[in-house]
Structures are given as C-alpha cells and as structure tokens.
Design a protein around this ligand. Structure first.
Ligand code: NAD
Ligand code: LMR
Length: 326
C-alpha cells in the first residue's frame, strides 16, 4: 500500500467540503494509496472544521489513515507530498478576479514560505484560490529551494466546462471530445482552444462547422462561466471546482493516454513565446511523475491574438504582486 500526505487549505470552505470526501474515498490517489489529510483553516473556522472532521470519521473510509485539523501552517504542511491551496476569499457578485489580487496575494506569500520550510522537498503544490495563476506565481516565488516545476494552478474546470459545451453543441457524449486545451489565465482572458480539440477523432471545428459560434458564444460562455454560476447560485462554483481538483491531480499522477493532453497552469519554460516563470496554462502530458508541455501546436491569427491577450493580462497581474514578494 502506498501512502500520501495531503495538505488542504480552506478545508472548512465550500470547495473543501466537496473535496475532502473524494480524496478520502480514494478517488484522487487510487485504491492502492492510503491518505493522511492535514487540514488548514483560519482560527475562527476551526469549530466548523471540527464538524467536517467528524463527518470524515463517520464515513469510515478504509483508505483514510489520519486527519489533522489545524490553524498552524507548520503542522498543515509538515512532510506534505501534496499541498492543495484552496483557502482564500472567493469572488462575489460583480467582482472581477483582479479585485482579489491584493486581498489574497498575502496568503500565498506566507504559504509558499511555509511549504518550503515544512513540506517534503518533492511536494507538489496546486493552487485553486483565485486569482490562482498569480497566487501560484507568488507561492512559487516564496518557496525557496523548491522545484518550480512542482507548482501548478488549476484550469481543469475551464477545460471541463469547454468540453461539455462542445459535446452539447455536437450532440455527442463528453467522452467523444478530446484535447481541449485552456491556454493562459484562469480568467475571462483564457483561450479555450477549440482549433486543436477533436470530436470522435476529427477536428472539432469541422464537426461543429460554425466558426461564428466557436469564436463567439462558445468562447464567452466558457470564459464567463464562473460569473454565471455566481449569479445563479449566489456563491462561486464548489462541487465542479472540487471535481476539477481531483481530475488535475489524477492527470498529473497517471500517464496521459497516447496522443492526448490536458490543461494545467505551469511555470512557463518559454514555450510558445510565453516568458519564462509565468504560471500559464498549457496543454500538458504526464508520465505519472513528470510532465511536459506539448510542443508544436500551430495557432492561426485568432489563436495568436487570444494567446497575446491572456499573456499580457498575466504579466500585468504579476507586476501588481511584485511588491508582495519583497
Ligand atoms: P469559501 O469562502 O467557501 O472557503 C474558503 C475557506 O478558506 C474559508 O473556510 C476560509 O476560512 C479559508 N481561508 C481563508 N484564508 C485562509 C488562510 N490564510 N489559510 C487557510 N484557510 C483560509 O470559498 P470556496 O468557495 O471554497 O473557494 C475557495 C477559493 O477557490 C476562492 O478563491 C475561489 O475563488 C476559488 N475557486 C477557484 C476555482 C478555479 O477553477 N481555479 C474554481 C472555484 C473557486
Ligand atoms: C470559477 O471559475 O468558477 C471560479 O474561479 C470562481 C470565480 O470567481 O469565477
């Protein structure tokens, strides 16, 4: 039996509530891996977290070895193999993600530093709390001595949203849609790349054959889906976000099927003209322990303009947090 130590921040929040039970049941790391959960919350949320821990106990999950609730980062990140950074203030109605930048950035200064001090040197960190690309950039910059390739930000929810929109339009099951890459930022500037996606092995834009819809309604539906959910639910997405966390970790820890790729924001190595170090979502393939950015995809003028816009937005976000990094 393998064993994995997983730190989850914001564990008493909405996403935490939808996520922890799926990790503990084995859906994230598989049936052959026992899990130790180390749950970080603000002091004032510890009573609510206690209730979540009681519910985890009441599930009697065979793979759950231990649960440690705490408000101390040194305890939460101790020897962690994975750090899932969810805890931060979510966007409310009418707010843009940029509004969260300064509010949440400080959290990731502290947590990046604490991960470097307490987690395993091989710890992998996935940032979910928004604005997740730039928060991950902050955590990575503060995590002295850690490998920048072990920092990620989540764009899997955007990929899943885009896949469903294409499947519905083409009247096919979601499993028929492959290789839908999200490029750039988890924000309305993201580029859900339908030009390289396939439906039953054929180019999606030939199957759907409605470029106006693809470049217009499809794109904006995916880009603004987070806001549409906030409008409808009065709170930001939670179950679908937790589901995407499970998908991201599974995608990174299992070999990607031949010819396929998935979306995650990683520290750019300069691929596709994206400046090094930006946390930019690319099409990625995993070997199970390592990953690589898929090379050689060609973009048309439309794709280039979208890539440029999302790259510029990320550079601006990065400049806005530079002072936090001291
Ligand atoms: P929530 O308010 O329900 O829960 C957040 C929790 O984090 C709270 O319990 C709060 O006490 C805790 N918290 C705040 N600061 C903390 C800190 N410094 N350390 C530890 N815990 C802390 O919010 P939620 O709905 O669970 O969303 C969490 C974050 O995820 C938000 O930033 C939201 O915008 C983001 N999100 C990202 C995606 C994505 O696709 N990347 C999708 C949905 C939501
Ligand atoms: C989402 O995409 O649902 C989340 O990032 C929440 C938000 O603020 O949009």
């Amino acid at each position: 039996m393998k064993r994995v130590r997983v730190a989850v921040t914001g564990a008493a929040g909405q996403i935490g509530y939808a996520l922890l039970f799926r990790i503990a049941s084995g859906q994230m790391f598989g049936e052959d891996t026992q899990v130790d959960l180390q749950l970080l919350e603000l002091e004032q949320a510890l009573p609510a977290l206690k209730g979540v821990v009681m519910e985890l106990e009441d599930c009697a999950f065979p793979l759950l070895s231990s649960v440690t609730p705490t408000s101390e980062m040194s305890v939460a990140f101790k020897d962690a193999d994975w750090a899932l950074l969810v805890g931060s203030i979510p966007r409310k109605k009418g707010m843009e993600r940029a509004d969260l930048l300064k509010k949440n950035g400080g959290i990731f200064v502290e947590q990046g530093t604490a991960i470097a001090a307490h987690a395993k040197k091989s710890c992998k960190t996935l940032v979910v709390g928004n604005p997740c690309n730039t928060n991950s950039y902050v955590a990575k910059a503060m995590a002295d001595g850690m490998d920048e390739r072990n920092f990620f930000a989540m764009t899997m929810l955007d990929q899943n949203r885009a896949v469903t929109q294409l499947a519905q339009k083409a009247s096919v099951p979601v499993s028929a849609v492959k290789n839908l890459a999200i490029w750039g930022n988890h924000s309305p500037s993201m580029y859900p790349d339908f030009y390289h996606a396939t439906i039953n092995g054929k180019p999606a834009h030939q199957v759907i054959d409605d470029e106006d819809w693809l470049q217009g309604e499809f794109l904006t539906t995916v880009q603004k889906r987070g806001a549409a959910i906030i409008e409808a639910r009065g709170a930001s997405s939670a179950a679908s976000a937790a589901n995407a966390v499970v998908d991201t970790v599974r995608n990174l820890t299992t070999p990607t099927p031949e010819g396929e790729f998935f979306s995650v924001a990683v520290s750019s190595d300069g691929s596709y003209g994206v400046p090094e170090g930006i946390m930019f979502s690319f099409p990625v393939r995993s070997t199970g322990d390592g990953w690589e950015i898929v090379q050689g995809l060609e973009h048309n003028g439309f794709g280039h303009s979208k890539l440029n816009a999302t790259r510029e937005e990320l550079l601006n976000e990065q400049a806005a947090v530079e002072e936090l990094l001291g």
